[in-house]
Write a protein that binds this ligand. Structure first.
Ligand SMILES: [Zn+2]
Length: 693
């Protein structure tokens, strides 16, 4: 016997799917002989007959593989040889040199489909549905090794350790080199049976059969971690990364091993690399999530145990030396901002000042301001320093643009409140449009100093969560014009994109942007990234200008010569006028004495009242005060909450001050009324009167 003619007949599948399906199946036959696909195409003669769905393939094979004594025996051997996944072909011996083999491709394809569907169900955690499909696949093709293995894995996941092990053993009986089954056997022994040594034997087999397989290496390393043999585990997993540098499991394993060893720096390093380079895989659902958790935990622990304050001050000192400047730090835990920079030249001062409050990740905020300073000083050296700010003219333009909107708001909340709201929105918007692009540069520069990364990540992550919250909160406030809400969202998304770029943490979709807004955010981020390629100090201002222009907001900015960005509403202007009058009044000690006696009267009057009544008076005074109170007016002021009393200007001011001092002392400073001395005196007078009684 020197030559077989194999006549391969195809079933329904081939007929319905046309000639590609047939050819595909022909390859499959030749693969069984160990032929490469291209070689198979050259050597096979394909007679196609669409009606019959019949492919005739003539192929000579080494007859010695079938050492048969009779035809029946030969048939058995051929059936065995061509069985695919336990699905036997029908074999007919035609002559001494030819056989006909008919494959039931239909059943096989169905079983394979069921297996693939089951795999994806598993990655979604839908194990019961997966189990049904796998059992169907095994029923149709009892020798389907992978189906047995996956069924074993599902059973194990569901807590049926022994049944799971039986299925995996079945898979190995069918195919002793099934890599996934070997790994799974190891996993069941290590995790389900707590028999790490037995597991090791299976893993060693994997390494023996598949020495260049990252998954195999990683699983072996996993058992070593459980045995606390961290160094050799790390060695295997680094080997795995060399084979496949997108394998999240290895990054996670290495980071975890370092973390367990107490080497936080390396744990952070590998967790960060994994977050950036690792990919999500169906066979390891949840690993990426675990990796990111480990990354954040490690960052927080490093940030907590590191003396970042002295590192930050050291950095400040290096700037002083490099640029020949002095930097002063002022701690003020009462201030609104976490930290801000006062650039000496803009304040007509000799020193640069960083004001900060010691709160949360304050070292990062100081570092952030120092990096702004570094960029400004570099731009200055380059002759490209710019001031970006806004003036009253810019504010007026804003009010003009949103006149209709704020007119509506006025009807709802009143003129003064609407004006104040407009001012806050304008200031907030301007600061954000100004800062967001520059902050990208600042954080990118901080990232380049690797030792600050754990601090930076901890702080940016905390900020990200509060930004997402804030954007969600404002989404439904109708008093804010839509464009301001959109701009706020868009600019927050830029920082989110940076967090994704630097640390692989992707929250940008949590802002729930429209596709259009997403595209725009990506476009702006690209402007920033492109400018990095050939960056010259001062280029950051061009990026700001480009973004502000595209947003149509550049008219709200003045790009040079802004002394101090400050705007006033009409009521601010009145308040100023009011303060001017009263400030001159305090210069006169006679007025202080007079005020204090009015205040004593007010205090005695309030003693009879409930706190909420005093508060009502306080609010009413503020309302009257908004239109200005003329202290020189002898009479004619009235308060609904103090019925029947006619007030002079000074007396009303006394009631105003005292009612606030009692009901909202924390607000006294904001009232900017210069009567603290008079109030002290009034209290002394009252105390001494009581002493006499
Ligand atoms: Zn900033």
């Amino acid at each position: 016997m020197g030559r077989f003619v194999l006549i391969v007949e195809k079933g329904v599948v081939a007929r319905s799917r046309g000639k590609h399906a047939k050819r595909h199946h022909a390859f499959f036959v030749f693969s069984a002989f160990g032929q490469s696909r291209s070689r198979a195409t050259e050597t096979c003669l394909v007679n196609e007959d669409a009606q019959m769905a019949r492919i005739e393939i003539v192929q000579s094979i080494d007859a010695s593989i079938f050492d048969a004594s009779n035809a029946e025996d030969l048939k058995k051997q051929i059936v065995h040889h061509f069985s695919e996944k336990g699905c036997p072909p029908t074999v007919e011996i035609l002559s001494d040199t030819s056989v006909r083999i008919i494959f039931d491709t239909d059943t096989l394809e169905k079983a394979e489909n069921n297996f693939h569907k089951a795999s994806s169900l598993c990655s979604e955690g839908r194990f019961n549905a997966a189990k049904d499909l796998l059992q169907k696949a095994i029923k149709a093709c009892p020798g389907f090794s992978e189906a047995h293995r996956l069924l074993g894995q599902v059973l194990f996941q569901q807590g049926e350790v022994d049944k799971g092990m039986d299925e995996v053993l079945e898979a190995l009986l069918i195919d002793p080199k099934n890599m996934w089954a070997l790994i799974m056997m190891g996993n069941i022994l290590a995790n389900g049976k707590n028999n790490v040594d037995a597991a090791d034997k299976y893993y060693k087999k994997v390494l023996e059969y598949y020495p260049d397989n990252a998954i195999a290496l990683n699983n072996v390393a996993g058992t070593l971690i459980r045995k606390k043999e961290y160094d050799s585990a790390i060695r295997y997993m680094k080997q795995a990364l060399e084979l496949d540098n997108s394998y999240t499991n290895s990054y996670y394993g290495i980071a975890l091993a370092y973390y367990q060893k107490g080497d936080l720096d390396n744990a952070f390093k590998y967790a960060s690399q994994g977050a950036l380079k690792g990919t999500n895989r169906a066979e390891d659902p949840g690993v990426r999530q675990e990796l990111l958790k480990l990354l954040l935990t490690t960052a927080k622990e490093i940030a907590k145990s590191t003396d970042y304050e002295s590192k930050v001050f050291k950095f400040a000192h290096s700037l002083e030396t490099k640029f020949g400047v002095t930097i002063k730090f002022e701690r003020n835990d009462e201030q609104d901002t976490l930290a801000h920079l006062e650039f000496a030249d803009f304040y007509h001062r000799k020193d640069h000042v960083v004001k900060y409050k010691k709160d949360g990740n304050y070292c990062h905020y100081i570092l952030h301001e120092l990096t702004h300073l570094e960029m400004m000083l570099s731009a200055q050296m380059n002759g490209k320093l710019q001031t970006i700010g806004f003036t009253q003219k810019n504010f007026d333009a804003f009010l003009q643009d949103y006149k209709r909107h704020f007119d509506e708001v006025k009807k709802k909340i009143g003129t003064v409140q609407a004006e104040q709201l407009a001012k806050h929105l304008f200031q907030g918007l301007s600061l954000q449009v100004m800062n967001a692009p520059l902050d990208l540069f600042v954080e990118q520069k901080i990232y380049e100093k690797a030792k600050f990364r754990p601090l930076q990540l901890t702080s940016l992550f905390a900020m990200e969560s509060s930004n997402i919250d804030a954007v969600r909160q404002t989404a439904n406030v109708s008093e804010f014009p839509q464009i301001i809400k959109d701009t706020n969202k868009l600019l927050n998304m830029l920082q989110s994109l940076l967090l994704r770029k630097l640390y692989g943490l992707d929250f940008v979709n949590q802002y729930k942007p429209s596709q259009n807004m997403m595209n725009r955010a990506i476009e702006f981020f690209k402007v920033f990234e492109d400018s990095q390629a050939s960056f010259n100090a001062g280029d950051e201002y061009a990026v700001f200008e480009k973004i502000a222009t595209t947003l149509g907001l550049i008219k709200y900015f003045t790009l040079s010569g802004v002394e101090k960005s400050e705007v006033k509403t009409e009521s601010d202007k009145k308040q100023e006028q009011f303060n001017k009058i009263h400030n001159s009044a305090t210069a006169n000690p006679a007025i202080t004495v007079m005020m204090s006696s009015y205040m004593v009267g007010a205090m005695e009057y309030f003693e009879e009242l409930l706190p909420e009544d005093i508060e009502k008076i306080a609010f009413e005074c503020a309302l009257v005060g908004q239109n200005g109170i003329n202290p020189a007016q002898k009479s004619g002021y009235k308060l609904n909450n103090v019925p029947g009393k006619d007030f002079s200007g000074y007396e009303l001011l006394a009631y105003y001050y005292v009612s606030w001092a009692i009901s909202h002392p924390e607000m006294l400073d904001k009232l900017q009324m210069p009567f603290a001395d008079a109030y002290r005196m009034a209290k002394q007078i009252l105390d001494s009167r009581r002493g006499e009684k």
